[in-house]
Design a protein around this ligand. Structure first.
Ligand code: SAM
Length: 284
């Protein structure tokens, strides 16, 4: 489904209230609102950002980082997600969202998880953020409001405006996530365990998943005032064709590294921890 520009702009308008001018923020004025006029977002100080003809807006203010997804990776991701292999994971992420009024996905890629959350919560305002322009061209095409932003450089969002902040296989900036989270909001992080695709990784010489990742995440979030309030292991076997295996490999960071090609179909283990973080009474 590719939606017309008018619907993409309407989605951007719904989400505009979440946005803050990144230039003002860099100059020490946080939370300066942005509003759309024709094909530009503008703040009160006159900083203006073009809305691309595909309907996304670039608030990054710097070049795309080297690990931003490429068009080829996104083609692989689109085919793999479209085949439904990750559907149990998407269900778990959507169920972890609570009852949000605003949903932001940081590192949203083509917006497949966010679109699932938006469909489950049609009154909520969804917003996709990613450092990759090709990713957000795809996310905008399915009608999601899209803003190009580098998670590590700070999110161009107003403080305290996000009820559900999703981060699925993407960079996590705990301090920024905490800053933009609403009082009762939650951060939903999906991250692979060491068992994720373990057989395939050994066979093809793929990148390892670092040990102790979950504990490090809890530490980083804790430092930012967020405690883990929920934790669900999503683990299942998936019988994959050779083409699906190729896409599983090519859609992630292994695309940037040398590895062997899958030789034939095989069953893989998908193993992902979905963690929910929120402010608790320990962190008023
Ligand atoms: C493994 S993909 C996950 C995409 C999506 N969440 C999904 O699971 O389909 C990681 C995403 O993070 C994005 N990314 C990488 N570095 C980033 C950064 N510094 N800021 C924002 N996004 C980034 C990539 O462009 C990519 O879309």
């Amino acid at each position: 489904m590719t939606v017309p520009l008018a619907r993409r702009l309407a989605a951007l308008d719904r989400a505009a209230g979440l946005l803050a001018c990144p230039v003002c923020a860099r100059r020490g004025v946080p939370d300066a609102p942005l509003a759309r006029s024709e094909r530009r977002l503008r703040c009160g100080a006159g900083h203006a950002f073009d809305v691309a003809r595909q309907g996304y807006v670039n608030l990054a203010g710097s070049a795309q980082p080297r690990n931003a997804d490429t068009a080829r990776m996104l083609d692989a991701r689109g085919r793999l997600l479209g085949s439904g292999v990750h559907e149990p994971l998407r269900r778990a992420v959507v169920e972890a969202c609570g009852e949000p009024s605003t949903i932001v996905e940081a590192g949203a890629g083509p917006g497949w998880y966010l679109a699932g959350a938006a469909a489950a919560h049609p009154r909520a305002v969804p917003l996709a953020m990613d450092a990759s322009v090709p990713a957000l061209r795809r996310a905008a095409a399915i009608g999601l409001a899209c803003v190009v932003a580098d998670t590590w450089a700070g999110l161009p969002l107003r403080a305290g405006c996000v009820d559900a902040l999703l981060c699925v296989f993407a960079p996590r900036n705990a301090a920024e996530f905490s800053r933009v989270l609403s009082g009762a909001g939650r951060v939903v992080v999906a991250a692979p365990t060491t068992a994720h695709l373990a057989g395939l990784r050994a066979e093809l010489g793929l990148l390892d998943v670092a040990d102790g990742k979950a504990d490090r995440l809890v530490g980083q979030m804790g430092d930012a005032g967020l405690d883990r309030v929920g934790n669900r292991l999503v683990e299942f076997e998936a019988a994959c064709t050779r083409e699906q295996l190729r896409d599983l490999v090519d859609m992630g960071p292994n695309a940037f590294h040398e590895h062997a090609a899958p030789r034939g179909p095989r069953t893989v283990v998908v193993s992902v921890l979905v963690s929910v973080f929120a402010r608790t009474t320990r962190h008023p």
